[in-house]
Design a protein around this ligand. Structure first.
Ligand code: THU
Length: 130
């Protein structure tokens, strides 16, 4: 299955009763396996957990810690960019050039990279004097 099809499929399972905005994310890891996640909201924190975070959690639970590519899909007029927190979460497990494909249900896509989404990222090296 393609990454975009996996993201489209998992989006259907999103739990988004507060925003009504379902998001699906699917990433590939070095093993070739695809890990998928959807957004999950709750009444106390209606923004909930993003789809990207769900896919990352599935990857880590699966024993892998590297994203080789990721796709995020939503039913938006234009491709939805990952939120700020998710950009840092993606950066933790990806390289600057790691491809990120943002897609709408209509078929509009925007190809970018983790480095473009989060230039000047905070990295472990900044704490070398700690
Ligand atoms: N959301 C994601 O899951 N990923 C994004 O990249 C943007 C936003 C979710 C969080 C929340 O459940 C809903 O979309 C509205 O913010």
């Amino acid at each position: 299955m393609s990454l975009i099809d996996a993201a489209r499929r998992v989006r259907e399972t999103a739990y988004a009763p507060y925003s009504g905005f379902k998001v699906g994310a699917a990433l590939r890891a070095p093993s070739g396996r695809i890990y998928a996640g959807c957004n999950v909201e709750n009444v106390a924190y209606p923004e909930g957990t993003c789809a990207e975070a769900g896919a990352i959690a599935a990857m880590v639970a699966g024993g892998e810690t590297e994203i080789t590519e990721i796709c995020v899909i939503a039913d938006s007029p234009h491709p939805t960019p990952p939120c700020g927190g998710c950009r840092q979460k993606l950066a933790e497990f990806a390289r600057e050039g790691t491809p990120v494909l943002l897609a709408t249900l209509d078929g509009e896509t925007l190809a970018t990279t983790v480095g473009e989404l989060l230039p000047g990222r905070f990295a472990a090296g900044h704490m070398d004097r700690a």
